[in-house]
Design a protein. Structure first.
Lengths: 114, 114
């Protein structure tokens, strides 16, 4: 079964610092991978996704993630944190074969300190 | 632009009571999903539907029933509510299977069972 592990349930960074949120997946074949963001009292929205092709994926709000097959990772980064980035971030995986829906990680809450 | 609309947004139930959560989408999406979100648990799939008249079980289906009589609506029912069902429930939809498209989420329905 596909699964994702997000390392760190809570990450705190200073405004302007690098944001790094970690996600590792378990899969026998390269899956499709997603990052979603949830702002307080809202539903989730897609940040970026990797399906095929270029392994460095750029998303909204200056975020990007790199698919590394050798490390089974899909870490999310942003060079400079902004106060508005404070939210909960979810990594999700979908197997390229089969019809099971997205499987989400447990989430990482990002706090940005002024 | 309504997108995915959930009603009600808040509800308090007593143990044993029943209720139905309604999800409506106006994007003509085929796939619809019900997730629950609990602290430290991320999002867990309850039930989903791949088209009008179809439903399937997700990761945590016990205690819930669903129906998809119309393409635009996906109902989640609790026949006899239990305190363990206190949670925030999210409905989502996608145009095709989730691996190619993104999921579009509603704003959530917060349910408390006393």
């Amino acid at each position: 079964a596909q699964s994702v592990t997000q390392l760190g349930s809570h990450v705190s960074v200073s405004e302007g610092a690098l944001v790094l949120l970690r996600c590792n997946y378990s899969s026998s074949v390269p899956p499709y991978l997603f990052w979603y963001v949830q702002y307080p009292n809202q539903g989730l929205q897609l940040l970026l996704k990797y399906t095929t092709g270029a392994t460095l994926v750029k998303g909204i709000n200056g975020f990007e993630a790199e698919f590394k097959k050798s490390e089974t990772s899909f870490h999310l980064t942003k060079p400079s944190a902004h106060m508005s980035d404070a939210a909960e971030y979810f990594c999700a995986v979908y197997p390229p074969s089969g019809n099971t829906p997205l499987v989400f990680g447990k989430g990482t809450r990002l706090s940005v300190i002024a | 632009n309504a997108g995915v609309t959930q009603t009600p947004k808040f509800r308090v139930l007593k143990t044993g009571q029943s209720m139905t959560l309604l999800c409506a989408q106006d994007m003509n999406h085929e796939y619809m999903y019900w997730y629950r979100q609990d602290p430290g648990m991320g999002l867990r799939l309850i039930h989903y539907s791949v088209g009008e008249g179809t439903t399937a079980k997700g990761e945590v289906p016990d205690g819930y029933n669903v129906s998809r009589l119309k393409k635009q609506n996906f109902l989640l029912g609790l026949e006899s509510a239990a305190p363990s069902q206190t949670s925030v429930y999210f409905c989502a939809s996608s145009p095709t299977s989730a691996h190619t498209g993104e999921l579009f989420f509603g704003e959530g329905s917060r349910l408390t069972v006393l």
